[in-house]
Design a protein around this ligand. Structure first.
Ligand SMILES: [Zn+2]
Length: 192
């Protein structure tokens, strides 16, 4: 699936907006992306996840052996299920317990089990790294990371191959330097 096709789907589902936005960080941007809005359509989510798995298969080929998919809750859940479906393996998740991701509900990582970590969007990679640590602490092996959108600009520093459908590095500015503010348009808070 070509990036242009992915961006078209993001725009059609209003997951990707263009305009003038104030982000939660306080920075202004001409782009806003909310992955959950595209993932609310199961058939589209399935298609996108299958496309990431296809990329991973092309790259790793016969080297790829995966027994499961693990995701950080909450955003990673629909992607984890989609990747699990495409690979025909189980998909489970780690969730926040007192501020840290942990395995609950009797979910298990078996020693020497090979897993893929799945997430919707990767920015600095902190949550994905936490999940990787959970896997390796139990003797599991992280084969790769699969995400729909990579916003890390290649700076996530993760020590395994990262596969994504698109790279997205939107321009952001402190309000005082925002060219859109200078043009006189008001910044809006998306999702509110
Ligand atoms: Zn602005």
């Amino acid at each position: 699936m070509e990036p242009s096709e992915v961006f078209k789907i993001f725009k059609e589902t209003k997951a990707l907006l263009t305009g003038h936005f104030e982000l939660r960080s306080g920075l202004h941007s001409d782009q806003y992306f909310q992955c959950a809005l595209v993932l609310q359509y199961p058939r589209i989510a399935e298609q996108l996840c299958a496309a990431v798995v296809e990329k991973m298969r092309m790259a790793l080929g016969a080297k790829l052996q995966v027994q499961g998919v693990i995701s950080p809750a909450l955003g990673g859940l629909p992607v984890g299920h989609g990747i699990g479906r495409a690979l025909n393996v189980r998909a489970f998740f780690a969730e926040k317990v007192e501020g840290r991701l942990a395995l609950r509900r009797a979910f298990e990582v078996k020693p020497d089990e090979h897993l893929v970590v799945a997430e919707d969007v990767i920015t600095r990679g902190g949550r994905v790294q936490e999940v990787m640590d959970i896997v390796t602490a139990r003797g599991g092996v992280v084969e790769a990371v699969c995400v729909l959108v990579d916003r890390s600009g290649g700076k996530s520093g993760l020590q395994v191959p990262v596969f994504s459908l698109v790279q997205m590095e939107p321009a952001t500015w402190p309000p005082a330097e925002c060219p859109l503010c200078r043009q006189g348009s008001p910044a809006v808070h998306p999702g509110s």
